[in-house]
Design a protein around this ligand. Structure first.
Ligand SMILES: O=c1ccn([C@@H]2O[C@H](COP(=O)(O)O)[C@@H](O)[C@H]2O)c(=O)[nH]1
Length: 309
């Protein structure tokens, strides 16, 4: 799957991921009204609204981008109905030939991680029948329980030709509270980055990159530069662009000299673009066109920064 991701990045010229994080507050009134008219102001109505919202954004952007990253929390908040909308979104994006990164941030003791891995990336056996539950292409994993919490995910990836993005240095303001703590004089995130690179060596794709990737926030560009060097064959998923303040110029050091090695996520900056002054001319009715324009601007910003380095 890392090979497909790289091929799609090269084809689109867009090292970006659209984050599908559909809060109800971002969903235009006309979509909410229609969903509520059909299903009432219920969890089902909310799920229908987020599905219709996602579909329009995907329809308006899929030809420009290699991948999407649905954030499962935004669906889980609506319970089972939300999870059905998550699954519908995953399947629809795959039907549009997009690589799907499930932002699920799982990780537990080995046996529990194995169940998460099967549910999201693998197959589950029920008697004589075999089912593919969520079927994302990649999943995000929290490694802070240690190797036994990560290995079950790697095993399923190997069997199913899928991939992981493992949290190394997250984009949020307080990520340093634990991740930057010094261990034998070195920050913890560096040790985790080295471990991710080591795990990755055993799981290489054909294009020179491992299918075990890392998550490093755009909001920490200096640390991104250090981690890039520590993990040369690791693809880095970079959240924090746009709504969290990251800009193209902050991102150049996340990429290798080959122009590959990183893929930058923006969620609110794309899906709620119509709410920004810059894209207000599209209006809420044409929110999908606003998202398309925001994708084009994001690609231009990142490509411009990479070309100027
Ligand atoms: O370090 C991390 C890891 C994951 N995320 C997730 O990415 C998106 C960011 O959304 P924006 O609207 O573009 O800020 C969201 O799903 C986070 O849970 C992250 O931000 N930082």
């Amino acid at each position: 799957m890392i090979n497909k991701l790289i091929a799609k990045i090269q084809k689109t010229g867009a090292p970006i991921v659209v984050g599908l994080d559909p809060m109800l507050g971002y969903i235009p009134e006309h979509i909410q009204k229609k969903a509520f008219a059909e299903y009432g102001e219920t969890l089902e109505g909310a799920a229908e609204a987020i599905w219709q919202f996602n579909k329009e954004i995907v329809d308006k952007t899929y030809d420009l981008i290699p991948a999407v990253k649905p954030q499962i929390a935004m669906y889980e908040q609506f319970g089972i109905e939300g999870l059905k909308a998550y699954k519908k979104t995953v399947d629809y994006c795959k039907s549009r030939d997009l690589v799907v990164i499930g932002d699920i941030k799982r990780g537990d003791i080995g046996s529990t991680s194995a169940a998460y891995a099967v549910g999201h990336l693998g197959k589950v056996q029920v008697g004589s029948k075999c089912y593919v539950p969520f079927d994302e292409d990649f999943a995000t994993v929290n490694p802070y329980l240690g190797s036994d919490g990560v290995k079950p995910f790697m095993e399923v990836c190997k069997e199913e030709n899928k991939g992981l993005f493992i949290l190394v240095k997250t984009s949020n303001p307080s990520s340093g509270e634990f991740q930057d703590q010094l261990v034998n004089g070195r920050p913890l995130y560096e040790l985790v980055g080295e471990k991710v690179a080591q795990w990755g060596e055993e799981h290489m794709g054909d294009a020179g990159y491992s299918y075990i990737g890392a998550v490093v926030g755009a909001t920490y560009p200096e640390m991104g530069a250090v981690l890039r060097k520590l993990m040369p064959k690791t693809y880095i998923l970079v959240p924090g662009y746009g709504a969290q303040g990251g800009k193209g110029k902050d991102l150049v050091n996340f990429f290798n000299e080959d122009g590959l090695g990183a893929i930058v996520n923006s969620s609110r900056g794309i899906i709620a673009a119509y709410k920004q002054e810059k894209y207000a001319k599209f209006g809420a009715e044409n929110f999908g066109d606003a998202s398309r324009a925001a994708v084009e601007d994001m690609v231009a910003d990142i490509s411009g920064a990479l070309n100027a380095r």
